[in-house]
Ligand binder design. Structure first.
Ligand code: TDO
Length: 184
């Protein structure tokens, strides 16, 4: 497993070791001990409690989402198609508060992005369709879910868009980070 730092402290890009032979390939898509050590968690237990699986069509943009009071760390990957996956630092005391990092995750590159609690998350589908799997360190808590506008000019994410994105009503009406509910 190869782990690379990103411009955002605590956000990591993970590339598994893939073993190919005449039958196809094999790789460990998650190894708790290696993962926890690689991203510097204080113990071997990464604490994942929920796995999510979504399918979306080309041009769908989900985000930017986070939970206040029950913040979730997320380990994200695409198992079909390709997405542009984005993390935004919303930790108010962080030197990189309001900064974003985006990268392509695909079934072909098998990369995973780790966003610890304290980051907003979103992705844009770049292929005809994409299935995205992510592990979460907290349960879904509808009372604590919050969002930030995908096109907040104060954040300035360079989404690789070819047209207007397909958004949920909730995401269309999300506030800018400057007035969004604070992550605590
Ligand atoms: C997020 C979530 C949604 N749901 C339900 C609520 C709703 O009926 C339906 C669709 O929910 P949403 O529109 O919020 O789904 P979506 O827009 O895909 O929300 C997700 O976006 C990505 C970017 C994230 O990072 C996730 O944490 C989550 O916020 O699924 C659950 O049952 N469990 C969950 O964990």
């Amino acid at each position: 497993m190869h782990v690379s730092a990103t411009p955002l402290p605590d956000v990591y890009l993970i590339e598994p070791d893939v073993h190919e032979d005449e039958r196809g390939y094999f790789y460990e898509s998650f190894n708790q001990r290696e993962f926890a050590r690689a991203v510097g968690l204080p113990c071997d237990d990464a604490g994942f409690v929920q796995d999510n699986h979504t399918r979306s069509r080309r041009g769908v943009l989900r985000g930017l989402h986070y939970q206040v009071r029950q913040p979730q760390g997320k380990l994200v990957r695409a198992v079909s198609g390709e997405i542009f996956d984005v993390a935004v630092d919303i930790r108010s005391k962080s030197p990189t508060y309001g900064k974003w990092f985006g990268t392509r995750l695909s079934a072909a590159n098998r990369r995973q992005l780790w966003l610890p609690p304290g980051f907003a998350h979103g992705f844009l589908v770049l292929s005809d369709a994409a299935e995205v799997l992510y592990k979460c360190t907290e349960y879904y808590a509808p009372a604590h879910e919050a969002g930030i506008r995908w096109d907040d000019p104060g954040i300035g994410i360079a989404w690789p868009l070819t047209g207007p994105p397909v958004l949920s009503a909730k995401d269309r009406n999300a506030p800018q980070l400057s007035v969004a509910e604070a992550f605590t």
